[in-house]
Design a protein around this ligand. Structure first.
Ligand SMILES: [Zn+2]
Length: 350
């Protein structure tokens, strides 16, 4: 594309140097109004500049990311539904539910996807909806499928917002997250990088998008030690991100008891609707939380019982929760790991 552009530019530069063809057979025509040479040149120059600009715009458009598919979940609140899978080359790392909320003054992005490219596509989806600036990029937690698209918004100069513990968690995982991303996605991971928070939330913080307030809340360690939710007052939507898994098995990278405690508090918020980090977005509130809560509660109960019986961690991994297999996607990938995490956490409490 660039080579073509350069050859066209060379062509136009050469064309400018060619003298106009001599006037033939003009004897019987009325004399043409003479245009001063300088004005002529200026007009030609302007034409040439316009052509160059048009060509440059074409070149940029050819490289622009296509807009990510989004659903208007509530007025001005858009969600992209990620694939119910782990990151692969086929799904290009697009596995998390991400999106944005539009106010009167500006836009807040909530999670940016698993790669720089997905972030660019999310940005294109925003531009298809509104010309308003992106003033906040909110990360709900540290996991790669939610943060690697941040870099696509850097030129917008937003505040990058996260829980007070997000920055440190990202820094300590950065190397392994990037290594795994490159291993799993190859060149699709190109350009992806971690952009750390510039605005942190200790407990709660309200962001105003212009006639639209978002209440951010940092939670006790649950899915991770840096979980953050976003409550959109205008639509009554609580964006739970990975504090809520629907159909896809919940993944414990924090604390099973902390998660259960958070769920009890989330129920008290009683929003009109919720957005899960993974799985279908149309599950009604409050039923959306039921399966996740039951899974975590049963896991904690059965692991405690195994510990009381003096069973080893390996025995617990082989037996606890096997009857849950048919209820969850990705069960074989994450359930054993969840039992391991719960065992390590609970063996010290009794
Ligand atoms: Zn996560």
């Amino acid at each position: 594309m660039l080579e073509k552009l350069l050859s066209l530019l060379t062509f136009f530069a050469a064309a400018k140097k060619v003298s106009p063809a001599p006037d033939r057979g003009s004897a019987n025509r009325p004399p043409r109004k003479q245009v001063p040479q300088k004005a002529k040149r200026t007009k030609t120059e302007r034409c040439r500049q316009r052509l160059v600009l048009a060509l440059l715009l074409c070149a940029c458009a050819a490289r622009a990311a296509p807009p990510l598919a989004v659903t208007q979940f509530a007025p001005g609140l858009y969600v992209h539904r990620g694939h119910d899978d782990i990151a692969t080359r086929e799904n290009k790392g697009d596995i998390a539910n991400i999106g944005f909320i539009v106010g009167k003054r500006c836009v807040a992005v909530i999670d940016t996807g698993g790669t720089a490219e997905e972030g660019r596509e999310l940005r294109a989806a925003i531009r298809a909806v509104t010309p308003l600036p992106v003033c906040y990029v909110i990360n709900t937690h540290m996991h790669p499928d939610h943060i690697f698209g941040n870099v696509a918004f850097r030129d917008d100069r937003p505040q990058f917002v996260g829980s007070a513990t997000l920055g440190e968690a990202e820094a300590s995982h950065a190397e392994s997250y990037l290594r795994v991303l490159r291993r799993e996605l190859g060149t699709l991971a190109d350009g992806s990088e971690i952009v750390t928070p510039t605005l942190v939330v200790e407990s709660t913080k309200t962001l105003d998008l212009g006639d639209r307030k978002l209440v951010l809340r940092a939670w006790k360690t649950a899915h991770t030690n840096n979980d953050l939710t976003v409550y959109d007052e205008k639509s009554g939507t609580l964006w739970l991100a990975d504090l809520l898994f629907v159909k896809c098995i919940p993944v414990i990278d924090g604390s099973v008891t902390g998660w259960l405690a958070d769920i009890a508090l989330i129920r008290q918020v009683n929003p009109r609707r919720v957005v899960p980090g993974h799985g279908p977005i149309d599950t009604p509130w409050p039923a959306a939380l039921d399966a996740e809560e039951a899974y975590l509660a049963n896991l904690a109960r059965d692991v405690r019982a195994a510990i009381r019986r003096g069973e080893t961690m390996q025995r617990a991994i082989d037996t606890v929760g096997a009857n849950e297999r048919d209820k969850w996607l990705l069960f074989d990938l994450y359930h054993r790991r969840n039992v391991t995490a719960a065992y390590a956490e609970l063996e010290w409490e009794q």
